[in-house]
Design a protein around this ligand. Structure first.
Ligand SMILES: Cc1cc2nc3c(=O)[nH]c(=O)nc-3n(C[C@H](O)[C@H](O)[C@H](O)COP(=O)(O)OP(=O)(O)OC[C@H]3O[C@@H](n4cnc5c(N)ncnc54)[C@H](O)[C@@H]3O)c2cc1C
Length: 481
């Protein structure tokens, strides 16, 4: 770390996650003095990989997917042979059975108890037939219109409430349209008509890119390149607030490892949670309360046995289980565990201050062990070599019905400081993946270098391109060639 007690920089970037590192990547080598402030001891944000005794765990299994050609080229050039092509296989555990994910109607109908299956089919066809032309504004309205009430009540509703911690009737439909794979009515009809059954249904691309040593490897590699380009990465330094001068931020106040600091800045690019940033602006405090995050705790189990799951990850559908998803890291890369053994990660969304939040690691394992047994994971206690947990207090930006309007107002307020912008998943309050966050950072930096900063709203509007890739397999076909 290259940090002086007080200093002056051309650009100060708050956060060394994908969005902050994306900005630093574009500014590296530009000749500008760039300081990145990261409150944690490591870079990568939610894309960090935690390594212990040869086992590696992402914060929730990550995969790199993008339809952003220039970004893809840049990432593949940087990573070379360290980037593997992995295959996604996912399923849902429900009613003591397992179903394919993305949901496939034929699989649901074949595996659900016959009466439940008949209800699911009837309500699905009814919902799709009676399409309401007005766009649904809540997750519940969106999901029931696309999957039917029976499937919604069986899986999508309870699972969504578990993950987000609010009733789906209060959640905005915005994120669902980006992230949930749909049952395709044409496939269903084709399947229902016997003469058409031989034709294969439309399939979703299943490949994704994954760094050999975990998602975090991509971001430590970017950080290395950024440092080589002269950018200063100050780890363990949390931004605490600003000094203002009229419509500009004059300096960032920082809690450093050896006490308080201040960094004078020409430009400030923030990827810190939007609610924190608003709290640092006198006129933003009231708006700040409108932005909530859903925390997730990840319980990582290092095992002394080989393969556990037949899939990369398994969603846990029912609300009675606290776990939301189980992942086996070496399904993404064989280098995520020592040779011959495996590991398991349990994602547990929770509320601040609840029993999951307050438990220590041993207590958390105790609480979740009964669930792992009830879910028939097949691991015995003697096969757990060690367990530890990792916390993500701001894992999911919770989009309620009125969040979009509040977000616009909040980002406009941030931009009243002419040299300040906010973007990224937490900073732009968007449910987006790392590709979109890298792109936001690259675009913000291009604005700095070009002398015209885009607005925070423009920056934070980049979409993760999952649907395009999952349907058209852009990355898969390009890399496999
Ligand atoms: C369970 C889960 C699974 C996911 N799966 C995928 C996936 O498969 N593929 C994918 O591409 N994406 C995935 N994502 C999303 C991905 O992790 C995020 O989109 C990405 O990490 C967001 O980047 P960011 O830089 O905006 O935010 P972050 O990654 O959160 O980084 C922000 C950084 O800012 C730092 N910071 C915050 N406040 C301050 C402050 N005051 N001062 C200094 N530093 C500060 C934080 O410590 C952090 O390092 C997943 C996310 C979760 C939670």
């Amino acid at each position: 770390m290259n940090q002086a007690r007080d200093c002056r920089a051309d650009v100060v970037i708050l956060g060394a996650g994908p969005a902050g590192l994306g900005a630093a990547w574009a500014l590296a080598g530009s000749g500008a003095r760039v300081v990145v402030l990261e409150r944690e001891p490591e870079v990568g944000g939610l894309c960090r990989t935690h390594a212990r005794e040869g086992y590696r765990f992402d914060m929730g299994g990550h995969r790199f997917i993008t339809a952003d050609r220039p970004l893809l080229d840049r990432v593949t050039r940087l990573m070379g042979d360290e980037l593997l092509l992995a295959e996604r296989k996912s399923e849902v555990a429900l009613l003591g059975r397992r179903f394919r994910y993305p949901l496939e109607l034929r699989d649901l109908l074949a595996n659900l108890p016959p009466r439940v299956a008949a209800r699911a089919l009837a309500s699905y066809v009814k919902a799709r037939w009676r399409r309401d032309p007005s766009p649904p504004d809540t997750f519940e309205a969106w999901a029931t219109a696309r999957f039917g009430r029976a499937l919604y009540e069986l899986f999508l509703g309870p699972y969504t409430e578990k993950v987000w911690g609010v009733p789906p009737a209060e959640l905005s439909a915005e994120w669902a349209t980006q992230r949930i794979s749909l049952l395709d009515l044409k496939d269903v009809i084709r399947w229902l008509l016997p003469r058409q059954r031989a034709r294969p249904p439309r399939t979703y691309a299943k490949t994704f890119l994954y760094p050999r040593l975990g998602m975090g490897q991509l971001f430590t590699r970017i950080a290395e390149e950024v440092a080589e380009g002269g950018v200063e990465l100050w780890r363990g330094c949390a931004a605490l607030g600003f000094e203002r001068s009229g419509a500009r931020v004059r300096a960032v106040r920082v809690a450093g490892p050896s006490g308080p600091l201040r960094v004078e800045a020409e430009h400030v690019l923030s990827t810190a949670p939007l609610s924190h940033l608003l709290g640092w602006l006198p006129e933003g405090a009231e708006l700040a309360a409108g932005f909530r995050f859903r925390p997730v705790r990840f319980l990582n189990l290092a095992l002394s046995r080989g393969q556990v799951l037949p899939v990369t990850w398994r969603y846990v559908g029912e609300r009675r289980f606290r776990a939301g998803r189980l992942q086996e890291p070496n399904k993404r890369s064989p280098f995520m565990a020592p040779p011959g053994v495996s590991s398991l990660m349990v994602e547990v969304p929770h509320a601040p201050g609840d029993a999951i939040d307050l438990a220590d690691d041993a207590g958390l394992l105790e609480r979740l062990w009964d669930e792992l047994e009830a879910l028939d994971v097949g691991v015995t206690r003697s096969e757990v070599r060690f367990a530890f947990s990792v916390r993500a207090p701001e894992a999911y930006p919770v989009h309620l019905r009125h969040t979009a309007a509040r977000r616009e107002a909040a980002l406009a307020l941030v931009d009243r400081c002419e040299n300040l912008r906010s973007f990224g998943r937490q900073g732009g309050f968007r449910f987006v993946f790392s590709d979109a966050c890298l792109r936001m950072g690259l675009d913000a930096a291009a604005g700095v270098l070009g002398g015209a900063l885009p607005s925070s709203l423009e920056l934070a509007s980049v979409q993760s391109a999952r649907r395009l890739l999952e349907v058209e397999s852009v990355v898969g076909s390009e890399v496999a060639r």
